[in-house]
Design a protein around this ligand. Structure first.
Ligand code: DC
Length: 230
């Protein structure tokens, strides 16, 4: 497959990451989970008691944050490392989900993350998922997918994911967290979550993961074929 950028945006818990990971694997592309980056920043801010209302504190903290994706013996995909420590499990916990949208709404945080994301995508051959990839990080991406799904289905999937990681969270709490994050992510001033005009809308409510992956692969093939034909 020719090197292209595949941007997958959409609401929380629509299956973006699972789909993006598998698509990347099939194409031999690199998968970049931008949500993990915002989660790692949130973990750092919480651990260092950074006040979100204090721009000086925030920008100083950002200079002390070094993020990288690294493969480990126990993981099939790269794990998120924060200042040399594997934080992959920690950043998936509910206390991070509860704060991440507030942190990712801050302009300085976004500027720093987008800069890293754009550098990671320089060589193309990436599948990147997030909220603003098609609209802001890579508006020139060859393929843009925007995922959505019904709330009950999203919450059920997220609850199951948490359970598989040993966290038993009531469905009402999961719904509450997703609703709050949707509200902040779609209304924030800095590059809010919105579908790019040229993104393909995929409702995953009644799709299996395999179907979601097939849809993205189908469009990727179409894009590449059109490119070759010129
Ligand atoms: O994909 P996720 O649920 O792990 O993302 C966590 C939060 O990070 C999400 O609620 C909003 C924020 N985020 C963002 O603002 N921009 C991105 N490109 C990715 C995530």
């Amino acid at each position: 497959m020719q090197n292209i950028i595949i941007a997958i945006d959409g609401y929380s818990a629509c299956g973006k990451s699972t789909t993006a990971k598998l698509v990347a694997e099939k194409l031999g592309f690199t998968y970049i989970d931008t949500g993990a980056m915002y989660r790692a920043v949130t973990l750092y801010f919480l651990e260092h008691y950074i006040s979100l209302d204090n721009p000086k504190e925030v920008s100083k903290a950002l200079t002390n944050i070094h993020l990288s994706f690294q493969k480990t013996a126990s993981s099939t995909n790269a794990d998120m490392f924060l200042n040399g420590l594997n934080v992959e499990d920690e950043i998936r916990k509910m206390y991070i989900s509860d704060q991440v949208s507030q942190v990712s709404a801050l302009k300085d945080v976004r500027v720093a993350m987008v800069d890293q994301q754009q550098r990671m995508g320089k060589k193309k051959a990436i599948v990147m998922d997030g909220r603003d990839i098609g609209t802001h990080v890579f508006p020139q991406a060859e393929l843009k997918i925007f995922m959505t799904a019904e709330m009950e289905i999203r919450a059920g999937r997220r609850q199951q994911e948490l359970l598989e990681k040993g966290q038993l969270v009531p469905l009402t709490d999961v719904i509450d967290n997703i609703r709050k994050r949707d509200a902040i992510d779609t209304t924030r001033k800095e590059s809010p979550l919105t579908k790019a005009e040229d993104a393909i809308l995929v409702d995953t409510s009644h799709l299996t993961i395999e179907e979601q992956v097939d849809i993205v692969l189908h469009y990727a093939t179409e894009v590449v074929t059109a490119k070759i034909k010129g």
